[in-house]
Design a protein around this ligand. Structure first.
Ligand SMILES: [Zn+2]
Length: 104
């Protein structure tokens, strides 16, 4: 499916992509993980080899908008401050994952 990951256009919303030992990819996207919250509140890493996922929740500040009061003043809507943690998991997973996706 993705024989040349570095040359393939990334799907919409993917902000980071890692190549696994098995030759497939792990993508990081951001999404809203809370009901009624429209802005993103967490990073989601999805491995296309084994299907494992990991969420990096941005915490209470990001969720607070659920009560209609808006995000906290110090909330970073870009989620940048949580990206390193998401990348850390993804990097570690990519290094040990040798799974390949089932051919379509
Ligand atoms: Zn995997």
């Amino acid at each position: 499916m993705q024989t040349t990951p570095t040359a393939t256009a990334w799907p919409t919303g993917v902000i980071a992509r890692y190549l696994t030992t098995g030759g497939t990819t792990v993508d990081i996207t951001e999404r809203s993980g809370h009901y009624g919250v429209k802005h993103p509140t967490e990073h989601l890493a999805t491995c296309h080899g084994c299907g494992e996922t990991h969420t990096e929740d941005w915490g209470w500040d990001a969720q607070h908008d659920a009560f209609g009061t808006g995000p906290q003043p110090d909330f970073d809507p870009t989620g940048e401050s949580h990206l390193p943690a998401a990348k850390q998991w993804t990097q570690a997973h990519a290094e040990r994952c040798r799974a390949l996706p089932r051919p379509a």
